[in-house]
Design a protein around this ligand. Structure first.
Ligand SMILES: Cc1cc2nc3c(=O)[nH]c(=O)nc-3n(C[C@H](O)[C@H](O)[C@H](O)COP(=O)(O)OP(=O)(O)OC[C@H]3O[C@@H](n4cnc5c(N)ncnc54)[C@H](O)[C@@H]3O)c2cc1C
Ligand code: SF4
Length: 338
Protein backbone atom coordinates (compact mmCIF):
# COMPACT_ATOMS: atom_id res chain seq x y z
CA UNK A 1 0.00 0.00 0.00
CA UNK A 2 1.40 3.36 -1.02
CA UNK A 3 0.07 6.23 1.04
CA UNK A 4 -0.95 9.52 -0.54
CA UNK A 5 -2.85 12.61 0.59
CA UNK A 6 -6.13 13.69 -1.00
CA UNK A 7 -7.63 17.16 -1.14
CA UNK A 8 -10.14 19.08 -3.20
CA UNK A 9 -9.39 22.34 -4.96
CA UNK A 10 -11.86 25.11 -4.07
CA UNK A 11 -11.16 27.10 -7.25
CA UNK A 12 -8.50 27.44 -9.95
CA UNK A 13 -6.30 29.72 -7.79
CA UNK A 14 -6.50 27.19 -4.94
CA UNK A 15 -5.60 24.34 -7.33
CA UNK A 16 -2.48 26.24 -8.46
CA UNK A 17 -1.58 27.11 -4.87
CA UNK A 18 -1.90 23.48 -3.71
CA UNK A 19 0.12 22.16 -6.65
CA UNK A 20 2.92 24.69 -6.11
CA UNK A 21 3.01 23.97 -2.37
CA UNK A 22 3.79 20.28 -2.66
CA UNK A 23 6.32 18.85 -5.11
CA UNK A 24 5.01 15.44 -6.16
CA UNK A 25 1.35 16.49 -5.98
CA UNK A 26 -0.84 15.79 -9.04
CA UNK A 27 -4.26 16.89 -10.21
CA UNK A 28 -6.88 14.23 -10.69
CA UNK A 29 -9.81 14.84 -13.04
CA UNK A 30 -11.60 11.71 -14.41
CA UNK A 31 -8.81 9.49 -13.10
CA UNK A 32 -9.02 7.10 -16.06
CA UNK A 33 -5.29 7.31 -16.78
CA UNK A 34 -3.77 8.46 -13.52
CA UNK A 35 -5.37 5.76 -11.35
CA UNK A 36 -4.17 3.03 -13.74
CA UNK A 37 -0.65 4.46 -13.57
CA UNK A 38 -0.81 4.50 -9.77
CA UNK A 39 -2.04 0.90 -9.65
CA UNK A 40 0.87 -0.13 -11.88
CA UNK A 41 3.30 1.79 -9.63
CA UNK A 42 4.36 4.03 -12.52
CA UNK A 43 3.13 7.20 -10.82
CA UNK A 44 3.45 7.76 -7.06
CA UNK A 45 1.92 11.17 -6.36
CA UNK A 46 2.36 12.37 -2.77
CA UNK A 47 -1.00 14.14 -3.01
CA UNK A 48 -3.97 13.97 -5.35
CA UNK A 49 -5.62 17.34 -5.81
CA UNK A 50 -9.16 16.68 -6.99
CA UNK A 51 -10.12 19.28 -9.58
CA UNK A 52 -13.21 17.45 -10.84
CA UNK A 53 -15.65 19.89 -9.16
CA UNK A 54 -14.09 23.09 -10.50
CA UNK A 55 -16.42 25.16 -12.71
CA UNK A 56 -14.61 24.32 -15.96
CA UNK A 57 -17.41 22.30 -17.56
CA UNK A 58 -18.91 24.66 -20.11
CA UNK A 59 -18.51 25.17 -23.85
CA UNK A 60 -18.84 28.87 -24.65
CA UNK A 61 -18.78 30.95 -27.80
CA UNK A 62 -15.95 33.48 -28.01
CA UNK A 63 -16.06 37.01 -29.41
CA UNK A 64 -14.16 35.95 -32.57
CA UNK A 65 -16.74 33.25 -33.40
CA UNK A 66 -14.73 30.37 -31.98
CA UNK A 67 -15.32 28.24 -28.88
CA UNK A 68 -13.81 27.97 -25.42
CA UNK A 69 -14.05 24.43 -24.05
CA UNK A 70 -13.62 24.04 -20.28
CA UNK A 71 -10.89 21.59 -19.23
CA UNK A 72 -13.39 19.49 -17.28
CA UNK A 73 -15.93 18.99 -20.06
CA UNK A 74 -16.24 15.18 -20.30
CA UNK A 75 -15.11 13.71 -23.63
CA UNK A 76 -18.61 12.38 -24.40
CA UNK A 77 -20.33 15.70 -23.65
CA UNK A 78 -17.86 17.41 -25.95
CA UNK A 79 -18.31 14.95 -28.81
CA UNK A 80 -22.11 15.29 -28.68
CA UNK A 81 -22.23 19.03 -27.99
CA UNK A 82 -24.38 20.58 -30.78
CA UNK A 83 -21.80 23.26 -31.61
CA UNK A 84 -19.01 20.69 -31.91
CA UNK A 85 -21.14 18.25 -33.90
CA UNK A 86 -22.24 21.02 -36.28
CA UNK A 87 -19.16 23.24 -36.66
CA UNK A 88 -16.22 20.99 -35.67
CA UNK A 89 -17.34 17.45 -36.63
CA UNK A 90 -13.71 16.38 -37.09
CA UNK A 91 -13.24 16.84 -33.33
CA UNK A 92 -16.41 14.87 -32.50
CA UNK A 93 -15.28 12.12 -34.84
CA UNK A 94 -11.80 11.89 -33.29
CA UNK A 95 -13.15 11.79 -29.72
CA UNK A 96 -15.67 9.06 -30.59
CA UNK A 97 -12.88 6.99 -32.16
CA UNK A 98 -11.18 6.79 -28.75
CA UNK A 99 -11.60 4.49 -25.75
CA UNK A 100 -15.14 3.32 -24.89
CA UNK A 101 -18.42 5.07 -24.04
CA UNK A 102 -17.86 4.49 -20.30
CA UNK A 103 -14.33 5.90 -20.41
CA UNK A 104 -15.40 8.90 -22.48
CA UNK A 105 -18.05 9.67 -19.84
CA UNK A 106 -15.34 9.91 -17.18
CA UNK A 107 -12.43 11.33 -19.21
CA UNK A 108 -11.97 15.10 -19.17
CA UNK A 109 -10.73 17.38 -21.95
CA UNK A 110 -7.67 18.43 -19.90
CA UNK A 111 -6.90 14.86 -18.85
CA UNK A 112 -7.07 13.69 -22.47
CA UNK A 113 -4.34 16.22 -23.38
CA UNK A 114 -2.17 15.00 -20.52
CA UNK A 115 -2.68 11.24 -20.80
CA UNK A 116 0.62 9.39 -20.94
CA UNK A 117 2.04 7.08 -23.57
CA UNK A 118 0.81 3.50 -23.95
CA UNK A 119 4.32 2.11 -24.52
CA UNK A 120 4.11 -1.22 -22.65
CA UNK A 121 7.62 -0.82 -21.21
CA UNK A 122 6.55 2.47 -19.61
CA UNK A 123 3.91 0.47 -17.69
CA UNK A 124 6.23 -2.44 -16.90
CA UNK A 125 8.29 -1.25 -13.94
CA UNK A 126 10.84 -4.09 -14.11
CA UNK A 127 12.13 -2.90 -17.53
CA UNK A 128 14.34 0.14 -18.28
CA UNK A 129 12.43 3.18 -19.52
CA UNK A 130 13.86 6.69 -19.84
CA UNK A 131 10.42 8.24 -19.61
CA UNK A 132 9.61 6.53 -16.32
CA UNK A 133 13.15 6.57 -14.93
CA UNK A 134 15.45 9.01 -16.77
CA UNK A 135 18.83 7.51 -17.65
CA UNK A 136 17.72 3.87 -17.30
CA UNK A 137 17.54 3.19 -21.06
CA UNK A 138 14.82 2.56 -23.63
CA UNK A 139 13.55 -1.01 -23.81
CA UNK A 140 11.39 -0.34 -26.86
CA UNK A 141 14.14 0.85 -29.22
CA UNK A 142 15.42 -2.72 -29.64
CA UNK A 143 12.38 -4.47 -28.21
CA UNK A 144 8.73 -4.82 -29.18
CA UNK A 145 8.17 -1.56 -31.00
CA UNK A 146 5.25 -2.25 -33.33
CA UNK A 147 3.15 0.61 -31.89
CA UNK A 148 6.02 3.09 -31.70
CA UNK A 149 7.09 6.28 -33.45
CA UNK A 150 8.22 6.67 -37.05
CA UNK A 151 8.66 10.46 -36.84
CA UNK A 152 10.46 12.75 -34.38
CA UNK A 153 11.81 9.96 -32.15
CA UNK A 154 15.15 10.13 -30.33
CA UNK A 155 17.74 7.63 -29.12
CA UNK A 156 16.25 8.04 -25.66
CA UNK A 157 12.58 7.40 -26.48
CA UNK A 158 10.47 6.16 -29.40
CA UNK A 159 7.05 6.41 -27.72
CA UNK A 160 3.92 7.86 -29.30
CA UNK A 161 1.25 10.13 -27.87
CA UNK A 162 -1.96 8.10 -27.64
CA UNK A 163 -4.69 10.75 -27.88
CA UNK A 164 -7.17 10.87 -30.76
CA UNK A 165 -8.74 14.14 -29.62
CA UNK A 166 -5.39 15.95 -29.78
CA UNK A 167 -4.88 15.01 -33.43
CA UNK A 168 -8.10 16.78 -34.43
CA UNK A 169 -7.24 19.73 -32.15
CA UNK A 170 -3.85 20.01 -33.89
CA UNK A 171 -5.54 20.13 -37.30
CA UNK A 172 -7.92 22.82 -36.06
CA UNK A 173 -5.09 25.06 -34.72
CA UNK A 174 -6.48 24.85 -31.17
CA UNK A 175 -4.92 26.67 -28.21
CA UNK A 176 -4.44 25.38 -24.68
CA UNK A 177 -5.29 27.93 -21.95
CA UNK A 178 -3.37 27.45 -18.72
CA UNK A 179 -3.07 29.23 -15.37
CA UNK A 180 -0.08 29.21 -13.03
CA UNK A 181 1.40 31.31 -10.24
CA UNK A 182 2.52 33.96 -12.74
CA UNK A 183 -0.90 34.23 -14.39
CA UNK A 184 -2.63 32.95 -17.50
CA UNK A 185 -1.17 32.07 -20.89
CA UNK A 186 -2.24 30.31 -24.09
CA UNK A 187 -0.07 27.69 -25.80
CA UNK A 188 -0.66 26.56 -29.39
CA UNK A 189 -1.65 22.90 -29.27
CA UNK A 190 1.23 22.07 -31.60
CA UNK A 191 3.67 23.55 -29.04
CA UNK A 192 1.98 21.95 -26.04
CA UNK A 193 3.33 18.42 -26.47
CA UNK A 194 7.09 17.91 -26.84
CA UNK A 195 9.31 15.65 -28.86
CA UNK A 196 11.27 13.26 -26.61
CA UNK A 197 14.81 14.52 -27.38
CA UNK A 198 16.99 13.98 -24.31
CA UNK A 199 14.16 14.63 -21.85
CA UNK A 200 11.47 12.04 -22.64
CA UNK A 201 10.20 12.27 -19.06
CA UNK A 202 8.64 15.63 -20.04
CA UNK A 203 5.59 15.07 -22.23
CA UNK A 204 4.45 18.69 -22.45
CA UNK A 205 5.49 22.30 -21.99
CA UNK A 206 3.01 22.80 -19.14
CA UNK A 207 4.78 24.44 -16.19
CA UNK A 208 5.15 22.53 -12.90
CA UNK A 209 2.65 24.91 -11.22
CA UNK A 210 0.16 25.20 -14.07
CA UNK A 211 -3.35 23.86 -14.59
CA UNK A 212 -5.09 23.52 -17.95
CA UNK A 213 -8.29 25.56 -17.76
CA UNK A 214 -9.63 25.45 -21.33
CA UNK A 215 -9.10 24.70 -25.01
CA UNK A 216 -9.71 27.49 -27.50
CA UNK A 217 -10.97 26.72 -31.00
CA UNK A 218 -10.72 29.29 -33.80
CA UNK A 219 -13.86 29.90 -35.90
CA UNK A 220 -12.70 27.78 -38.85
CA UNK A 221 -14.19 24.30 -38.31
CA UNK A 222 -13.88 22.60 -41.76
CA UNK A 223 -17.37 21.14 -41.29
CA UNK A 224 -17.91 20.40 -45.00
CA UNK A 225 -14.69 18.66 -45.93
CA UNK A 226 -13.08 16.65 -43.15
CA UNK A 227 -12.19 13.12 -42.16
CA UNK A 228 -10.73 11.50 -39.05
CA UNK A 229 -9.43 8.09 -40.03
CA UNK A 230 -8.10 5.81 -37.30
CA UNK A 231 -6.33 2.58 -38.24
CA UNK A 232 -6.07 0.15 -35.31
CA UNK A 233 -5.87 -3.55 -34.54
CA UNK A 234 -9.52 -3.77 -33.39
CA UNK A 235 -12.45 -1.62 -34.41
CA UNK A 236 -13.01 -0.33 -30.89
CA UNK A 237 -11.15 0.03 -27.63
CA UNK A 238 -7.73 0.14 -29.26
CA UNK A 239 -5.15 2.89 -29.70
CA UNK A 240 -4.19 4.09 -33.16
CA UNK A 241 -1.45 2.46 -35.18
CA UNK A 242 -1.88 5.49 -37.42
CA UNK A 243 -4.59 8.13 -37.43
CA UNK A 244 -5.16 11.02 -39.80
CA UNK A 245 -7.15 14.23 -39.33
CA UNK A 246 -7.66 15.73 -42.78
CA UNK A 247 -9.53 18.99 -43.36
CA UNK A 248 -9.95 20.93 -46.58
CA UNK A 249 -11.56 24.15 -47.76
CA UNK A 250 -12.25 24.77 -51.44
CA UNK A 251 -12.41 27.89 -53.57
CA UNK A 252 -14.17 26.82 -56.74
CA UNK A 253 -12.48 23.56 -57.68
CA UNK A 254 -9.14 24.35 -56.03
CA UNK A 255 -8.00 23.65 -52.48
CA UNK A 256 -7.86 26.94 -50.58
CA UNK A 257 -6.79 25.58 -47.17
CA UNK A 258 -5.51 22.16 -46.15
CA UNK A 259 -4.83 20.69 -42.72
CA UNK A 260 -3.24 17.32 -42.13
CA UNK A 261 -2.38 15.96 -38.69
CA UNK A 262 -1.20 12.45 -37.83
CA UNK A 263 -1.61 10.46 -34.63
CA UNK A 264 0.06 7.24 -33.51
CA UNK A 265 3.29 8.12 -35.32
CA UNK A 266 5.17 10.47 -32.97
CA UNK A 267 5.55 11.73 -29.40
CA UNK A 268 3.04 14.47 -30.30
CA UNK A 269 0.36 15.09 -32.92
CA UNK A 270 2.31 15.55 -36.15
CA UNK A 271 1.75 18.33 -38.68
CA UNK A 272 3.92 19.50 -41.52
CA UNK A 273 3.52 22.99 -42.96
CA UNK A 274 5.33 22.08 -46.22
CA UNK A 275 3.02 19.15 -46.95
CA UNK A 276 -0.05 21.32 -46.35
CA UNK A 277 1.33 24.15 -48.51
CA UNK A 278 1.77 21.68 -51.38
CA UNK A 279 -2.00 21.16 -51.43
CA UNK A 280 -3.03 24.83 -51.53
CA UNK A 281 -4.12 25.97 -54.96
CA UNK A 282 -4.18 22.38 -56.27
CA UNK A 283 -7.12 20.32 -57.52
CA UNK A 284 -8.18 17.43 -55.28
CA UNK A 285 -6.49 14.58 -57.12
CA UNK A 286 -4.91 11.33 -55.99
CA UNK A 287 -1.62 12.59 -57.38
CA UNK A 288 -1.71 15.77 -55.26
CA UNK A 289 -2.66 13.78 -52.14
CA UNK A 290 0.09 11.21 -52.70
CA UNK A 291 2.70 13.96 -53.12
CA UNK A 292 1.56 15.61 -49.88
CA UNK A 293 1.73 12.25 -48.08
CA UNK A 294 5.24 11.62 -49.40
CA UNK A 295 6.34 15.08 -48.27
CA UNK A 296 4.89 14.60 -44.82
CA UNK A 297 6.58 11.21 -44.42
CA UNK A 298 9.93 12.17 -46.01
CA UNK A 299 11.82 11.83 -42.69
CA UNK A 300 9.90 8.80 -41.40
CA UNK A 301 12.08 5.98 -40.08
CA UNK A 302 10.95 2.50 -39.12
CA UNK A 303 12.23 0.37 -36.25
CA UNK A 304 12.46 -3.45 -36.36
CA UNK A 305 8.69 -4.02 -36.00
CA UNK A 306 6.97 -0.82 -37.12
CA UNK A 307 8.35 0.01 -40.59
CA UNK A 308 4.94 -1.06 -41.99
CA UNK A 309 3.52 2.11 -40.45
CA UNK A 310 5.21 4.27 -43.08
CA UNK A 311 3.24 2.75 -45.96
CA UNK A 312 0.16 2.49 -43.74
CA UNK A 313 0.39 6.22 -42.99
CA UNK A 314 0.90 7.07 -46.67
CA UNK A 315 -2.24 5.16 -47.67
CA UNK A 316 -4.24 6.49 -44.70
CA UNK A 317 -3.36 10.09 -45.61
CA UNK A 318 -4.48 9.63 -49.22
CA UNK A 319 -7.70 7.94 -48.11
CA UNK A 320 -8.50 10.55 -45.45
CA UNK A 321 -7.87 13.41 -47.88
CA UNK A 322 -10.04 11.67 -50.48
CA UNK A 323 -12.88 11.23 -47.98
CA UNK A 324 -12.53 14.87 -46.92
CA UNK A 325 -12.55 16.12 -50.51
CA UNK A 326 -15.64 14.06 -51.39
CA UNK A 327 -17.46 15.24 -48.26
CA UNK A 328 -17.93 11.61 -47.15
CA UNK A 329 -15.89 11.56 -43.93
CA UNK A 330 -16.55 7.97 -42.87
CA UNK A 331 -16.83 6.28 -46.26
CA UNK A 332 -14.61 3.53 -47.58
CA UNK A 333 -13.78 5.82 -50.50
CA UNK A 334 -15.82 3.79 -52.96
CA UNK A 335 -16.26 6.94 -54.99
CA UNK A 336 -13.04 7.76 -56.71
CA UNK A 337 -11.30 11.04 -57.33
CA UNK A 338 -9.16 11.54 -60.41
C1 LIG B 1 -8.70 1.11 -21.71
C2 LIG B 1 -8.48 2.51 -22.21
C3 LIG B 1 -8.55 2.77 -23.57
C4 LIG B 1 -8.36 4.07 -24.04
N1 LIG B 1 -8.41 4.31 -25.38
C5 LIG B 1 -8.17 5.56 -25.84
C6 LIG B 1 -8.16 5.85 -27.24
O1 LIG B 1 -8.37 4.97 -28.06
N2 LIG B 1 -7.91 7.12 -27.63
C7 LIG B 1 -7.68 8.12 -26.73
O2 LIG B 1 -7.47 9.26 -27.14
N3 LIG B 1 -7.65 7.89 -25.41
C8 LIG B 1 -7.89 6.63 -24.96
N4 LIG B 1 -7.86 6.39 -23.62
C9 LIG B 1 -7.37 7.44 -22.72
C10 LIG B 1 -8.41 8.31 -22.15
O3 LIG B 1 -8.89 9.18 -23.16
C11 LIG B 1 -7.69 9.11 -21.05
O4 LIG B 1 -7.43 8.21 -19.99
C12 LIG B 1 -8.52 10.27 -20.56
O5 LIG B 1 -8.77 11.20 -21.58
C13 LIG B 1 -7.81 10.98 -19.41
O6 LIG B 1 -8.67 11.95 -18.86
P1 LIG B 1 -8.96 11.97 -17.28
O7 LIG B 1 -9.80 13.14 -17.01
O8 LIG B 1 -9.49 10.64 -16.81
O9 LIG B 1 -7.49 12.20 -16.76
P2 LIG B 1 -6.81 11.80 -15.37
O10 LIG B 1 -6.49 10.33 -15.37
O11 LIG B 1 -7.58 12.34 -14.23
O12 LIG B 1 -5.47 12.64 -15.51
C14 LIG B 1 -4.50 12.34 -16.49
C15 LIG B 1 -3.31 13.28 -16.28
O13 LIG B 1 -3.71 14.63 -16.59
C16 LIG B 1 -3.46 15.48 -15.49
N5 LIG B 1 -4.56 16.45 -15.53
C17 LIG B 1 -5.88 16.17 -15.66
N6 LIG B 1 -6.58 17.31 -15.82
C18 LIG B 1 -5.69 18.32 -15.77
C19 LIG B 1 -5.80 19.75 -15.89
N7 LIG B 1 -6.97 20.35 -16.11
N8 LIG B 1 -4.66 20.49 -15.82
C20 LIG B 1 -3.46 19.89 -15.62
N9 LIG B 1 -3.31 18.57 -15.48
C21 LIG B 1 -4.40 17.78 -15.58
C22 LIG B 1 -3.44 14.59 -14.27
O14 LIG B 1 -2.62 15.14 -13.23
C23 LIG B 1 -2.81 13.33 -14.86
O15 LIG B 1 -1.42 13.45 -14.90
C24 LIG B 1 -8.09 5.11 -23.12
C25 LIG B 1 -8.03 4.85 -21.74
C26 LIG B 1 -8.23 3.56 -21.28
C27 LIG B 1 -8.15 3.30 -19.80
S1 SF4 C 1 9.85 4.29 -25.93
FE1 SF4 C 1 9.91 5.84 -24.30
S2 SF4 C 1 8.29 5.15 -22.96
FE2 SF4 C 1 8.84 3.36 -24.20
S3 SF4 C 1 10.51 2.28 -23.15
FE3 SF4 C 1 11.48 3.74 -24.48
S4 SF4 C 1 11.78 5.49 -23.13
FE4 SF4 C 1 10.21 4.26 -22.19
Amino acid sequence: MINFQYSRAADVADAVRQLAAEPGAKFIAGGTNLIDLMKEDVERPARLIDISRLPLKTVEETADGGLRIGALVPNSDLAYHPKIAQHYPILASAILAGASAQLRNMASTGGNLLQRTRCHYFYDTVTPCNKREPGSGCSARNGLNRMHAILGASQQCVATHPSDMCVALAALDAKVHVTGRSGERAIALLDFHRLPGTTPQRDTNLGADEIVTAIGLPPRGFAKHYSYLKIRDRLSYAFALVSVAAALEFDGGAIKEARLALGGVAHKPWRDAKAEAMLRGRQATRDAFTRAADALLRDAKGLAHNAFKIELARRAIVRALTQAALGTPQSQSDKKIR
